[in-house]
Design a protein around this ligand. Sequence first.
Ligand SMILES: Cc1ncc(C[n+]2csc(CCOP(=O)(O)OP(=O)(O)O)c2C)c(N)n1
Length: 355
Amino acid sequence: MEMLQILRADGEYNSKLEPNLRVEDLRRMYRQMLTVRRFNERMLLLQRQGRIGFFIESNGQEACQIGSAMPLTQADWVYGGYRDPGISLMRGVPLKLLVDQLMGNSDDPNKGRQMGVHWGYKDWNIVSLSSPVACRLSQAVGTAYAAKIKKDNMVCLTSFGDGATSQGEFHSAMNFAGVFKVPVIFFCENNQYAISLPMRRQTASENIAVKADAYGFEGVLVDGNDVLAVYMATKAAVDKARSGGGATLIEAVTYRIGGHSSSDDPTKYRNSEELELWKSRDPIKRFRVYLMKKGLLTSQEDRKVQDEVDSELVATIKASEKVPHPTLLSMFTDVYAEMPWHIKEEADELMQEGR
Ligand SMILES: Cc1ncc(C[n+]2csc(CCOP(=O)(O)OP(=O)(O)O)c2C)c(N)n1
């Protein structure tokens, strides 16, 4: 199976395959990729300083997030992962809401009741993340199937890691999607590891994309560090799903540059040569070289964008840190349409304590 690649690691590109994207879209994609990178760096620092409790980085996976979100419309639905803050940003979720989520403050739409990095933004059709690996695949298939029954023109994209493909839920979701020709895009961000388990121990198949064959739909292998290739592959899958052609499995081959989470030490299970090799395939660097080659970005403009992204992050963190924690009583709101008596009793008791 051939891997779709448009931008090579050194920034050379295949002009025959370039997508027809507007200049402002290319610039937006670059800015958002930078934002994700800086967001990762800053949030990990905040976690180390004890200003947030937990974080999961997506350093190195920026092209996957930005390229896969790009072809979606606002009406489409996303069941994304903890490594996908960039999908939220591309859909228009303000950066502050991402920081609010990690702080669990009262501006967070979930009011701090979800685990950190478990993004969910109803206004942008981003469904709150469930922790069990792979369970969102069948949730996404269900949503997409409902849309099909209702003759709603939306598609549903779900992203997940290589580890998710070894769960039973992967089989159930893929099988159902194939049989019922559901408008869903399975977007696998193969970052080579499921915590410490390397890809060679994950599957004996030649790759993950090939698994789609068994379910009767197309599997596509794409360079996950090439934002243009990810965009092209996802756009084709979105167009196909929207026109009744059913599901696609996209395997975006990438690498997790950081640890699994802020609680992990990856030096325990992988070597620095491997890390350096993948760092040389950086998705942002190659997109920057491409934009410069095309005359769409100068070094000065690049500096300016980077400064703007940094300033926005600093200001956002400051603003989020000023927001108070949710009140204790907020744990009783938005949960039940009608509060059961025993919960009401607990809420009343808490209120009497003046909290
Ligand atoms: C059913 C289940 N088993 C184990 C875990 C613990 N766990 C959390 S993330 C993770 C690895 C997931 O790897 P992958 O799907 O490749 O995604 P990645 O973290 O690499 O993005 C595991 C085992 C879990 N959340 N759910």
